[in-house]
Design a protein around this ligand. Sequence first.
Ligand SMILES: CC(C)(COP(=O)(O)OP(=O)(O)OC[C@H]1O[C@@H](n2cnc3c(N)ncnc32)[C@H](O)[C@@H]1OP(=O)(O)O)[C@@H](O)C(=O)NCCC(=O)NCCS
Length: 183
Amino acid sequence: MMVDPELPASDQHAPPSGAAALLRDMGPEDLDFIVALDKKLFGADAWPKSMFVHELAHPETRRYVIAEVPDSAGGSLAVGYAGLMCVAPTGDIQTIGVLPDHEGRGIARAMLDELIAEAASRGATEVMLEVSAVNPRAQRLYERYGFTHIHTRRKYYRDGSDGLVMHLPLPTPDASTTVKDYP
Ligand SMILES: CC(C)(COP(=O)(O)OP(=O)(O)OC[C@H]1O[C@@H](n2cnc3c(N)ncnc32)[C@H](O)[C@@H]1OP(=O)(O)O)[C@@H](O)C(=O)NCCC(=O)NCCS
């Protein structure tokens, strides 16, 4: 596991093998970069900065992470981001994106692992997400997790493509499992 000395141990997360990325929580200082990246990845469906500001203002129901890799100057470069909304019993993956140069290295998987675990720790028994019908790569990623297509939202995206609603059941926590207490 790579360790960022700037982060407390609780903020360090091991990426899956083969993916040299570290996850940390997104903060307001990240938003200019993330908004630009979101625009690059999602075009007309990108979120305005105000939407990210709103999301970060509600940590009781949200968790947003950034994936970073080491840069050549000895610092780190943000290459991916993802967000969860969770009101038990349902978690929603709100967004996920990885810089094109860093795709195919398990970075999205690392973020999904983190957010699905977060949803479970907050008492979710299911996770939902929406993906464009013309985005087979992302669909494959979700299918490998066990997400299944349960509903189609016709012309959900601005390019006219349908939105596929996908669903992942989570194991029901047993009585001995502690659910985090969020204010
Ligand atoms: C969809 C998206 C998030 C996937 O990100 P990613 O980091 O490339 O995803 P992962 O690497 O975790 O897994 C995806 C692929 O990499 C492969 N992969 C996973 N770990 C790998 C590793 N360690 N080494 C090499 N390849 C790996 C997976 O098998 C998968 O391959 P495939 O999709 O070609 O079959 C990214 O392509 C993206 O940001 N797209 C634009 C925005 C978008 O569509 N977001 C989703 C909206 S619902």
